[in-house]
Write a protein that binds this ligand. Structure first.
Ligand code: MET
Ligand SMILES: [Zn+2]
Length: 770
């Protein structure tokens, strides 16, 4: 076999939302009926071509080096449409109507479920596959986009989710037999992909990329060894298709070591993995002589300027493998980082200068890849200046003020187990019961109340300097007063202040703590048209002023009912930020935990009887490799406990988790040692409860009875049933009644109506208990 040439430099994927979120605006305008389908089509096309042009300018000039990684909404949804694997409730729909119905539902059909993509904060739409689901080559978008690019003068590399990963992420369709697994349909998917390969070859595609991150995860329903065996079979079959383009199979996110030997035997021309996972195969006997190794050396998920010297060494370490070729790439798609640091301006001039050189967003990362590829192909001497420059930046970064603070380091070093330990729950419980005097099945909400357009406008006006601080504080106070009055009127037992002062539950804290920077343009797609701006944790974390006490105290001054203090926990603050790479994560987490600990101490001193510390990201960051679970959960749980163990026995600590399949982390949830835990449960109709009961979880639990992801108002009867299901599984004395999550994305009409029903339902069940 002759070894086909793979471009020396590439990336696995590029952000697609648009540098100024143009895609978001176009799609939302289409939904709102402000632009028509033709206008949306031309907006999409414009964005794709602009990306290719930009990537070429940045140095991806070889044929097939630019990935065609655009998606209008989600890359998994794209494959569902490609395969025509459409659940029956969407029958008869086509085009944009079908695509967006699958994503968002319509009058008659609820959307496909959404869940997190591997260990990232990106959400994909879960395919629903049954024994009868149609699967074939139903859509030619991939081929059309290749032709569109070629017509505009770009030789791109079509990129799509691979067959095994697609099915591994699917769930069994409703009504499928119990023993059915979506992976049973692998042959059908492979047939469709084989046909696609033929069409891409006919269109002139030289390379095509298939992403198979499922092969790096132990957290999927199928065992990793089964996934690797399935991939071996699928890729052997696809490699046998003739004619076809050359195939690159990628294995981003987790550790691909287990999958690599099998992939080398399939006949595909190129394999991508992180360089550090490839190098240990030197001398292993695995034969790489027939494959090109596309080595991930630039981290696709962090935002730090790379150490090019280190990257150079990790590329050199691949030489002994004797591969048919080595190319330079990113570890993952760049869809997880913002576009370009150059458009940022940080408010502190010193930080501004520093961060610009310390940070690499997508465009800067493309440059790093291109530089390294030049070193690899033209000799390392040719990039010596760039390597030195990157090393100088890293040296300056490590010496910069605020990166290391002795006071913070000393305090973390002095932490011992006693600081993470409260007295026994058995001792806390009666004290809290007496102090709070709550009825059985107490009602509460998760924290945020609707963020009305009015609040958003006020915040924007404040940020633009159009209203002064006094005016802003007054507006927020008025909002808090309304929310307190509303909850009292509804007869909710434990109140919240509603979080109107928070734009985002992580950014709010990042703005107030030392060691963080927030961006103004650093948008990253979370799902569909939703984007977040992750904060950047660059230095040692310290709390130099209270974070929330003022709002909580004000809210409490308005009512005799308990108002919960409301904080975001250390794991979630880290998970939804870009975290420094120069300090072990466990220490970073403890720094954040100590800052929160001081806040909890202040809230407590101010009289707060209940403090909630949210950890919705606990499950999301569970490492993909099973052998790393224990270490992760140890620091995650440890940091939560360090923050919260400052609470007196009579102070009730709540936590809130959502979006999660809890099974794998039930021990960890227990180990958090919170007095009350609220969890998402409505969508799964309380499925989690028997599991919790079996586990022997003895503290308070608030299974969400209201799915807040849609504006639907559940009836009192429906809510009553769910509460009854809860008290059937768990002793009533421990059950709390609350929604699944915060209400900030909801509007007031459905919020009022549902809370009214929720309080009535709790009272009805309460009445039956006594
Ligand atoms: C994603 S979890 C959200 C928790 C937060 N306290 C809220 O109510 O919005
Ligand atoms: Zn939540």
């Amino acid at each position: 076999m002759t070894s086909p040439r793979f471009p020396s430099a590439t990336i696995l994927g590029y952000p697609r939302i648009g540098p100024s979120r143009e895609l978001k605006r176009a799609v939302e305008s289409y939904w709102a009926g402000k632009i028509d389908a033709d206008e949306l089509r031309s907006a999409e096309r414009g964005l794709r071509l602009a990306s290719y042009k930009r990537l070429r300018e940045l140095g991806l000039t070889e044929a097939a080096s630019i990935p065609e990684s655009f998606s209008l909404y989600d890359q998994v949804l794209d494959v569902t449409v490609l395969l025509g694997a459409i659940p029956e409730r969407f029958a008869g729909r086509t085009g944009y109507d079908l695509y967006f119905s699958l994503a968002r539902g319509n009058d008659t059909a609820p959307p496909q479920e959404m869940t997190k993509w591997f260990d990232t904060n990106y959400h994909y739409l879960v395919p629903e596959i049954g024994p009868e689901t149609p699967i074939g080559l139903a859509d030619r978008g991939v081929v059309e986009r290749f032709a569109e690019a070629r017509e505009a003068g770009f030789d791109v590399r079509p990129t799509l989710v691979g067959p095994v990963t697609y099915l591994a992420l699917a769930k069994a369709a409703d009504g499928a037999p119990a023993e059915f697994s979506p992976l049973d349909r692998l042959d059908d998917v492979v047939d469709a992909y084989a046909e696609l390969l033929g069409e891409l070859a006919a269109a002139g595609a030289e390379w095509v990329q298939f992403d198979e991150p499922a092969l790096t995860s132990d957290n999927l329903p199928a065992a990793r060894s089964d996934l690797i065996a399935a991939a071996f079979r699928a890729w052997q079959q696809l490699a046998a298709v003739d004619p076809r383009p050359n195939i690159l199979v990628t294995t981003p996110y987790g550790d691909a070591s287990q999958a690599i030997p099998a992939l080398t035997q399939t006949g595909v021309e190129a394999i991508h993995a992180a360089a550090g996972q490839l190098a240990p195969f030197a001398g292993s006997g695995v034969d790489f002589s027939e494959v090109v190794l596309v080595a991930g050396v630039i981290d696709g998920r962090n935002i730090w300027t790379a150490d090019l010297g280190r990257a150079e060494r990790s590329l050199q370490a691949l030489e002994p493998l004797g591969a048919a070729g080595v190319s330079v790439s990113t570890t993952t798609s760049l869809q997880h980082v913002p576009y370009n640091t150059e458009v940022e301006k940080w408010d502190d001039p010193e930080l501004d200068a520093n961060l610009h050189e310390w940070l690499a967003f997508a465009d800067q990362k493309v440059r790093e890849v291109v530089v390294l590829a030049a070193g690899l192909t033209e000799g390392w001497g040719t990039i010596a200046d760039e390597v030195r420059r990157s090393e100088d930046i890293l040296a300056r970064r490590s010496r910069s003020a605020g990166v290391v603070r002795e006071d913070v380091r000393d305090r973390v070093a002095a932490v011992d187990e006693s600081l993470r330990t409260r007295v026994e729950y058995a001792e806390r419980e009666p004290k809290q019961r007496e102090r709070l005097g709550l009825p059985p099945l107490p009602t509460t909400t998760i924290g945020s109340f609707p963020q009305t357009p009015q609040i958003r406008k006020t915040r924007a006006a404040f940020n633009r300097g159009e209203i002064d601080e006094a005016g802003y504080l007054e507006a927020i106070r008025a909002e808090i007063a309304d929310v307190i009055a509303l909850q009292e009127g509804l007869d909710v037992d434990v109140l919240v202040h509603g979080e109107p002062e928070r734009n985002d539950m992580v950014q709010y804290f990042a703005e107030l703590l030392e060691g963080f920077a927030v961006t103004s343009q650093g948008w990253v797609q979370s799902y569909g048209t939703r984007c977040t701006r992750p904060s950047i944790l660059w230095g040692d974390v310290a709390r130099t002023k209270p974070l929330t006490t003022e709002w909580t105290a004000y809210a409490q001054s308005l009512t005799d009912r308990p108002v919960k203090g409301m904080l975001t926990g250390p794991v979630t603050i880290l998970a939804w930020s870009f975290v420094r790479d120069d300090l072990p994560i466990a220490q970073v987490a403890d720094q954040v935990a100590l800052a929160l600990r001081d806040e909890i101490a202040d809230l407590q001193a101010g009289g707060a009887a209940i403090i909630q510390v949210d950890e919705p990201a606990l499950r999301e960051r569970l490492p993909l490799a099973e052998e790393e679970h224990e270490a992760y959960l140890a620091w995650a749980v440890g940091s939560f406990r360090l923050a919260t163990a400052v609470a007196e026995p009579s102070t009730q600590i709540h936590t809130h988790l959502c979006y999660s399949e809890f099974g794998q982390i039930i021990d960890a949830i227990d180990a958090l040692d919170a007095d009350v835990t609220s969890i998402e449960a409505a969508r799964s109709r309380m499925e989690i409860l028997p599991e919790l009961a079996e586990h022997g979880y003895v503290r308070g639990i608030g299974p969400g009875v209201w799915d807040i992801h849609s504006p639907r108002v559940p009836s009192t009867e429906e809510l009553t049933e769910l509460i009854e299901a809860a008290v059937a599984a768990i002793p009533a004395s421990r059950v709390w009644v609350n929604p699944d999550c915060g209400l900030k994305t909801r509007a007031y009409p459905e919020t009022k109506a549902t809370l009214e029903n929720l309080v009535s339902a709790a009272k009805a069940v309460r009445g039956r208990l006594s």
